[in-house]
Design a protein around this ligand. Structure first.
Ligand code: HEC
Length: 158
Protein backbone atom coordinates (compact mmCIF):
# COMPACT_ATOMS: atom_id res chain seq x y z
CA UNK A 1 0.00 0.00 0.00
CA UNK A 2 1.25 3.46 -0.84
CA UNK A 3 1.95 5.85 2.00
CA UNK A 4 -0.75 8.21 0.79
CA UNK A 5 -3.46 5.57 0.81
CA UNK A 6 -2.45 4.41 4.23
CA UNK A 7 -2.60 7.94 5.50
CA UNK A 8 -6.06 8.34 4.00
CA UNK A 9 -7.32 5.22 5.74
CA UNK A 10 -5.87 6.34 9.05
CA UNK A 11 -7.44 9.76 8.60
CA UNK A 12 -10.85 8.21 7.89
CA UNK A 13 -10.61 5.95 10.93
CA UNK A 14 -9.51 8.77 13.19
CA UNK A 15 -12.28 11.05 11.93
CA UNK A 16 -14.78 8.26 12.47
CA UNK A 17 -13.55 7.70 15.99
CA UNK A 18 -13.85 11.37 16.81
CA UNK A 19 -17.36 11.49 15.40
CA UNK A 20 -18.32 8.44 17.43
CA UNK A 21 -16.73 9.80 20.55
CA UNK A 22 -18.29 13.20 20.05
CA UNK A 23 -21.72 11.67 19.73
CA UNK A 24 -21.19 9.53 22.78
CA UNK A 25 -20.76 12.49 25.13
CA UNK A 26 -23.87 14.28 26.34
CA UNK A 27 -24.32 17.62 24.58
CA UNK A 28 -23.85 19.61 27.73
CA UNK A 29 -24.03 19.09 31.46
CA UNK A 30 -27.03 21.40 31.54
CA UNK A 31 -29.21 19.57 29.03
CA UNK A 32 -32.68 18.88 30.33
CA UNK A 33 -32.67 15.21 31.30
CA UNK A 34 -34.62 12.78 29.17
CA UNK A 35 -37.88 11.86 30.84
CA UNK A 36 -37.88 8.34 32.23
CA UNK A 37 -40.93 6.54 33.45
CA UNK A 38 -40.73 6.42 37.22
CA UNK A 39 -43.49 4.46 38.89
CA UNK A 40 -44.65 4.03 42.51
CA UNK A 41 -43.87 0.32 42.40
CA UNK A 42 -40.14 0.97 41.97
CA UNK A 43 -38.10 0.10 45.05
CA UNK A 44 -36.11 2.93 46.65
CA UNK A 45 -32.97 1.12 45.51
CA UNK A 46 -34.10 1.04 41.89
CA UNK A 47 -35.16 4.65 42.18
CA UNK A 48 -31.74 5.56 43.51
CA UNK A 49 -30.16 4.06 40.40
CA UNK A 50 -32.33 6.27 38.22
CA UNK A 51 -31.53 9.16 40.53
CA UNK A 52 -27.83 8.69 39.95
CA UNK A 53 -28.40 9.16 36.24
CA UNK A 54 -30.58 12.20 36.87
CA UNK A 55 -27.89 13.67 39.13
CA UNK A 56 -25.44 13.33 36.26
CA UNK A 57 -27.72 14.69 33.58
CA UNK A 58 -29.04 17.55 35.68
CA UNK A 59 -25.50 18.83 36.15
CA UNK A 60 -25.48 18.57 39.94
CA UNK A 61 -21.91 17.33 39.65
CA UNK A 62 -20.82 20.72 38.41
CA UNK A 63 -21.06 21.94 42.00
CA UNK A 64 -21.26 18.79 44.10
CA UNK A 65 -18.79 15.95 44.32
CA UNK A 66 -19.68 12.62 45.84
CA UNK A 67 -16.07 11.76 46.53
CA UNK A 68 -15.25 14.10 49.39
CA UNK A 69 -13.95 16.90 47.24
CA UNK A 70 -15.22 20.40 47.98
CA UNK A 71 -16.50 22.15 44.87
CA UNK A 72 -18.84 25.17 44.89
CA UNK A 73 -21.45 23.22 46.79
CA UNK A 74 -21.08 20.74 49.62
CA UNK A 75 -19.60 17.33 49.11
CA UNK A 76 -22.57 14.99 49.10
CA UNK A 77 -20.86 11.71 49.84
CA UNK A 78 -22.46 11.53 53.29
CA UNK A 79 -25.58 13.57 52.72
CA UNK A 80 -27.76 10.46 53.06
CA UNK A 81 -26.57 10.00 56.62
CA UNK A 82 -26.81 13.65 57.55
CA UNK A 83 -30.06 14.93 56.04
CA UNK A 84 -33.58 13.60 55.99
CA UNK A 85 -35.67 13.49 52.84
CA UNK A 86 -37.70 16.58 53.75
CA UNK A 87 -34.60 18.69 54.22
CA UNK A 88 -33.23 17.59 50.88
CA UNK A 89 -36.58 18.16 49.20
CA UNK A 90 -36.74 21.66 50.60
CA UNK A 91 -33.23 22.39 49.37
CA UNK A 92 -33.93 21.03 45.91
CA UNK A 93 -37.25 22.81 45.44
CA UNK A 94 -36.12 26.11 46.86
CA UNK A 95 -32.58 26.32 45.57
CA UNK A 96 -30.22 28.91 47.03
CA UNK A 97 -28.58 32.05 45.77
CA UNK A 98 -26.00 29.84 44.13
CA UNK A 99 -27.91 26.66 43.48
CA UNK A 100 -30.71 26.69 40.94
CA UNK A 101 -33.91 24.99 42.15
CA UNK A 102 -34.08 21.51 40.65
CA UNK A 103 -37.65 21.93 39.39
CA UNK A 104 -36.80 25.03 37.41
CA UNK A 105 -34.47 25.56 34.47
CA UNK A 106 -31.84 24.50 33.70
CA UNK A 107 -32.54 21.12 35.34
CA UNK A 108 -36.34 21.41 35.15
CA UNK A 109 -36.99 18.16 36.97
CA UNK A 110 -40.49 16.97 37.79
CA UNK A 111 -41.58 15.68 41.19
CA UNK A 112 -40.86 12.04 40.32
CA UNK A 113 -37.37 12.87 39.12
CA UNK A 114 -36.69 14.85 42.26
CA UNK A 115 -37.91 11.90 44.31
CA UNK A 116 -35.49 9.63 42.45
CA UNK A 117 -32.76 12.17 43.04
CA UNK A 118 -33.49 12.14 46.76
CA UNK A 119 -33.40 8.33 46.79
CA UNK A 120 -29.97 8.59 45.21
CA UNK A 121 -28.81 11.22 47.71
CA UNK A 122 -30.07 8.98 50.53
CA UNK A 123 -27.97 6.16 49.12
CA UNK A 124 -24.87 8.31 49.62
CA UNK A 125 -23.72 7.43 53.10
CA UNK A 126 -27.12 5.98 53.93
CA UNK A 127 -29.95 3.88 52.59
CA UNK A 128 -32.46 4.92 49.93
CA UNK A 129 -35.92 5.04 51.50
CA UNK A 130 -38.24 7.18 49.43
CA UNK A 131 -40.61 5.95 46.77
CA UNK A 132 -42.55 7.80 44.11
CA UNK A 133 -45.34 9.67 45.86
CA UNK A 134 -43.39 10.18 49.10
CA UNK A 135 -41.94 13.54 48.15
CA UNK A 136 -44.27 16.46 47.73
CA UNK A 137 -43.08 19.91 46.83
CA UNK A 138 -42.96 22.12 49.93
CA UNK A 139 -45.85 24.60 50.16
CA UNK A 140 -46.07 26.84 47.15
CA UNK A 141 -42.99 25.46 45.42
CA UNK A 142 -44.48 22.79 43.20
CA UNK A 143 -45.49 25.10 40.43
CA UNK A 144 -42.85 26.71 38.26
CA UNK A 145 -44.92 29.90 38.03
CA UNK A 146 -44.73 30.38 41.78
CA UNK A 147 -41.05 31.15 41.60
CA UNK A 148 -41.11 33.10 44.85
CA UNK A 149 -38.53 32.19 47.39
CA UNK A 150 -39.54 31.67 51.00
CA UNK A 151 -37.97 33.83 53.71
CA UNK A 152 -36.17 30.80 55.16
CA UNK A 153 -33.95 30.96 52.08
CA UNK A 154 -31.22 32.70 53.98
CA UNK A 155 -30.84 29.85 56.38
CA UNK A 156 -30.92 27.19 53.69
CA UNK A 157 -28.30 29.08 51.68
CA UNK A 158 -25.97 29.54 54.63
C1 HEC B 1 -24.33 26.21 40.73
C2 HEC B 1 -23.88 25.27 41.72
C3 HEC B 1 -24.84 24.18 42.19
C4 HEC B 1 -25.57 23.29 41.42
C5 HEC B 1 -25.62 23.18 39.91
C6 HEC B 1 -26.26 22.43 42.36
N1 HEC B 1 -25.96 22.80 43.64
FE1 HEC B 1 -26.66 21.87 45.33
N2 HEC B 1 -25.80 23.32 46.47
C7 HEC B 1 -25.01 24.34 45.99
C8 HEC B 1 -24.67 25.23 47.12
C9 HEC B 1 -23.78 26.45 47.03
C10 HEC B 1 -25.32 24.68 48.24
C11 HEC B 1 -25.40 25.30 49.65
C12 HEC B 1 -24.66 24.49 50.62
C13 HEC B 1 -23.19 24.55 50.38
O1 HEC B 1 -22.65 25.64 50.29
O2 HEC B 1 -22.60 23.49 50.28
C14 HEC B 1 -25.99 23.47 47.80
C15 HEC B 1 -26.67 22.61 48.65
C16 HEC B 1 -27.18 21.38 48.28
C17 HEC B 1 -27.69 20.37 49.18
C18 HEC B 1 -27.73 20.45 50.69
C19 HEC B 1 -26.43 19.92 51.20
C20 HEC B 1 -26.43 19.82 52.71
O3 HEC B 1 -25.44 19.32 53.23
O4 HEC B 1 -27.40 20.23 53.31
C21 HEC B 1 -28.09 19.31 48.44
C22 HEC B 1 -28.69 18.00 48.93
C23 HEC B 1 -27.84 19.66 47.05
N3 HEC B 1 -27.29 20.92 47.00
C24 HEC B 1 -28.11 18.83 45.99
C25 HEC B 1 -28.01 19.25 44.65
C26 HEC B 1 -28.53 18.49 43.54
C27 HEC B 1 -29.21 17.14 43.65
C28 HEC B 1 -28.28 19.21 42.41
C29 HEC B 1 -28.68 18.89 40.99
C30 HEC B 1 -30.12 18.96 40.72
C31 HEC B 1 -27.57 20.42 42.83
N4 HEC B 1 -27.44 20.40 44.19
C32 HEC B 1 -27.09 21.38 41.96
C33 HEC B 1 -24.60 24.53 44.69
C34 HEC B 1 -25.12 23.87 43.58
Amino acid sequence: MKGGTKLMIVAVIVTGLYAWFGNSIPQSAWDAPKKKVLTPDMTPKKLAEEGREIFRKAGCGVCHSITGEKLRGADLSRVGAERDAETMAFMLYSGTDVMPAANKPPANLNDSEITALIAYLQSLGGKPKVKIGDIKPPQGMGDVSSAQKPPSQKEAGK
